[in-house]
Ligand binder design. Structure first.
Ligand code: XMP
Length: 517
């Protein structure tokens, strides 16, 4: 099968380890140009691929002057493909093509202003002076033969340069970050005018191709999938349902640590627009029995992950036969990026929970495998999925079990469900929900003294966590107005027996994480 997107003319971002490399690919997608990110070591494949209409060399933490810095072969410069070098990418281009480099006295970081000297293609129609975002140690000191300067700043003479005859462009600043006011236009001009990409990567085109691809892959067989009520699995199931109707069998497992009323809601919502009713499996008792007495977060995750596989397998044993398993894998789940820290160490075993292992022996259908999260929402809209479902906050696979610090039991689950429900309801009522990436209440493993009426109380403390974020990788605590926080706190303490204290978490990620466990 050719997965959607694979036959499209595309721009490839070669990653040299910058924190924002992925953002370049996302920006290209925003202007409806299909793009993929590959590690720089894949440069030869990229050069040889006729569908690659242009290459972006990302930034990175290294210096081209150091031995052992990431390099590409000379053929990349003679392949006839347009290239845009960003920061390290520009330095590499200039270095390899005969220019020279100088270390800056200081690493320049943050806002800068560029003056455009030549409005060649990527700057066409843009103001003479504009704000950009800089982050670099070295700078280009002399341009390679054939290059001319396009822009400078107060501190650097070659903030942007090009050899238009070879279609090589380089910028020292980062057009992909929002602080570069005209960055998106630069990226779009590079793709459309320099690389001549005409194809439009739109949600409507995606849906049409994905439906055909799913039908081709599946033939007349039946497909099994797990749904959670989250955006990814909802869009995935709707897409597969659109392609094969009731030959899709969707299963929802209630693990006993979902939010208040969530299972009923998910069942109602999905059944309202899928062509087949979902199979709901109420397995809360199994999960809670196995979680009894367990306090260690990773142990909780493992128990939930393993029990999920077991319950799912058992519940679907007599529903088959199935030829395929459909999953809501997204592009960022499979991107192999260059890490400056080496292979990343496991902080939490996130994505292994709620997933189903290859050992189940199914061939996979992964219709969202080329999409970023924001694109999944757009596809969902195209499929007519109601907006509130697409705007739902992410929720961790192990659910409230990793928001109940210490032991998980039915009483603590129901206490947290009630507090969480009030929190989320108030965020919605006060117009805060959509501006927040993710919010939830955490039940702390401490009790504190309070006073209610004339009585001394010794009860639980609940923390409220709400963050803003673009992708969950970094996050900041949400500045919820204090009067709303006051109302939430009052309601939780008054309405949830067993809670006498509410605190608000004001930690950012890093160094904290979004979840407490
Ligand atoms: P952290 O806590 O690492 O979370 O900042 C980042 C994002 O991942 C979610 N998360 C999980 N998702 N299984 C999941 O499916 C998990 O075990 C898990 N732990 C954290 C978290 O809710 C946030 O969106």
């Amino acid at each position: 099968m050719s997965a959607p997107g694979h036959d499209h003319p595309k721009i490839v971002v070669l990653d040299f380890g910058s924190q924002v490399s992925q953002l370049i690919a996302r920006r290209l997608r925003e202007v409806q140009v299909f793009s993929e990110m590959r590690p720089y070591t894949a440069w030869r494949e990229v050069v040889d691929d006729p569908l690659v209409k242009g290459i972006v060399l990302s930034g990175g933490p290294s210096s081209v002057m150091e031995s052992g810095s990431p390099q590409v072969g000379a053929e990349i410069w003679t392949a006839g493909k347009p290239i845009l070098g960003i920061c390290y990418g520009m330095q590499l281009m200039c270095h390899d093509l005969g220019g020279s480099m100088a270390p800056s006295a200081n690493r320049e970081y943050g806002h800068a202003e560029i003056d455009i000297l030549d409005h060649d293609t990527i700057f066409a129609g843009q103001p003479e002076r504009q704000p950009v975002w800089m982050s670099h140690g070295d700078r280009v000191d002399a341009l390679p033969p054939g290059f001319t300067v396009l822009a400078r700043t107060e501190h650097i003479p070659f903030a942007a340069a090009a050899d238009p005859s070879r279609r090589f462009y380089g910028v020292q600043f980062h057009p992909e970050v929002a602080h570069t006011a005209h960055g998106l236009e630069m990226i779009e001009s590079f793709a459309r005018q320099v690389c001549n990409v005409e194809d439009r990567w739109t949600a409507a085109a995606f849906v049409e191709e994905a439906v055909t691809a799913i039908r081709d892959q599946v033939g007349d067989q039946r497909v099994l999938c797990a749904v959670s009520g989250g955006v990814d699995s909802t869009v995935m199931a709707t897409l597969v349902d659109r392609a094969i109707g009731d030959r899709l069998h969707s299963v929802y497992v209630d693990n006993g640590v979902m939010r208040e009323g969530e299972s009923e809601q998910v069942e109602r919502d999905l059944n309202s627009f899928l062509q087949h009713p979902i199979q709901r499996v109420d397995a809360g008792d199994v999960f809670l029995t196995r979680l009894a007495g367990v306090e260690e977060p990773e142990k909780k995750r493992k128990i939930i992950g393993n029990s999920f596989i077991e319950v799912f397998t058992e519940a679907t044993r007599d529903q088959g036969p199935f030829g395929f398993l459909a999953q809501g894998t997204l592009y960022p789940d499979r991107i192999e990026s260059v890490s400056i820290h080496g292979p990343s160490s496991v902080i939490k075993t996130h994505h292994n929970v709620g997933g189903l292992p290859a050992e189940l022996g199914f061939e996979l259908v992964e219709p969202l495998r080329d999409l970023f999260k924001d694109e999944v929402r757009r596809v969902g809209r195209e499929l007519g999925i109601p907006e509130p479902l697409l705007a739902r906050h992410p929720f961790p696979g192990p659910g409230l079990a990793v928001r109940i610090l210490g032991e998980v039991n039915a009483d603590r689950v129901s206490l947290l469900q009630r507090a969480d429900h009030i929190f989320i309801e108030e965020l919605r009522l006060n117009g805060q929900y959509d501006a927040i990436w993710q919010a939830g209440a955490i039940l702390l493993p401490v009790r504190s003294v309070g006073v209610m009426g004339d009585q001394r109380t010794y009860e639980n403390a609940v923390a409220l966590r709400a963050v803003t974020s673009l992708d969950g990788m970094t996050a900041d605590w949400a500045r919820i107005p204090t009067e709303i926080l006051a109302r939430i706190s009052n309601r939780i303490i008054n309405e949830v027996p067993g809670v006498n204290r509410v605190v608000y978490d004001i930690s950012s990620k890093p160094p904290s994480t979004i979840e407490w466990e």
